[in-house]
Design a protein around this ligand. Sequence first.
Ligand code: UT7
Length: 320
Amino acid sequence: MKILGTGSALPRKTVTNDMLSEFLDTSDEWITTRTGIKSRQIISDERFEEIAALAGQRAIEAAGLVPEDIDFIICHNVCNVYVTPSLASLVQGFLGIKGPNCPTMDLNSACAGFVYGLDICDAFLETGRANRILYICAEEVTRMVDWNQRETCVLFGDGAGAMVLGKGDNYLASTLTSTPMPDVIYYRLPCEPTPYETREGIDTHKAMQLKGREVFRNAVTSAQRDIRDVVAKAGLELKDIDHYLLHQANMRIVDAIKQNFDLPDERFHHNIEYRGNTSSASIPILLDEIVREGKVKRGDLMVFNGFGAGFVTSAAVVRY
Ligand code: UT7
């Protein structure tokens, strides 16, 4: 597998910490110190599928291709208003890619999902089931939180990161893990009752519930374990990696990993300051930003690492 081009797209509304403190008992000082976040983009009147499709279109253009060159669309998405059809199918319509020879599907492995999806794309490409996959991670996490709950709503932002993937030998290693811990982070949608239900309240809708400290501890431990593991699997050492792109959940998590690895600061990229936590989209948005800023050149080695509800974790080593 090889990354042929990247793209990203964000909602137009930027929300600063001060704007949140207008209706929440919070402050710029608390949010900045505890998370590193200064502002984030939050969906308002846009259609979410259009943001995802725009990220995809930019990735196709960056790859020097046209939509008709894509023969598979895979989206990673935790939640959007459409449970069905899939986001990938909706994106296909927006991009004007006619069927029936471009299959579409969605994946969901929470905030760790970006690398989970890369693994699936790699399998489809390397077994010859697809030649050029449009892979989009798109999230509107801000629709999953209770906007009266300062513990969660200040943390998140929305957006989409995309890439076109083709055949190649640049996916050097990956690590995926899952440990059932459903109480640590969860979000329950309302579902229709069946006529046979007797228990009350089993499908009670619950905005996102998050045990932040537990997630924080697990993230710091799992990130170090997974990164060391995946770099060793690739036959490399930590110092050989040019770019570390970690899930952007909290700047303090990135800092903790950085300190433990004793590597130059500039190898650890971050945009949480002005994007917030965009779940599975955080790494591909960050990747697109640093590619467009000219910070990455062909042949550079990158590590991606994520964690999220499940508890799931993931890491990969990729040659750009
Ligand atoms: O992508 C996966 C999901 N991501 C995460 O779960 C992120 C991982 N966790 C974290 O980043 C951190 O745990 C948080 C940023 C969520 C919380 O930071 P913390 O240092 O663990 O704070 P805390 O939850 O222990 O709360 C400390 C205090 C509490 O007050 P008391 O009990 O000490 O009086 C909270 O009520 O801060 C209070 N607090 C706030 N104060 C102002 C919580 N949220 C806020 C807020 N503004 N927004």
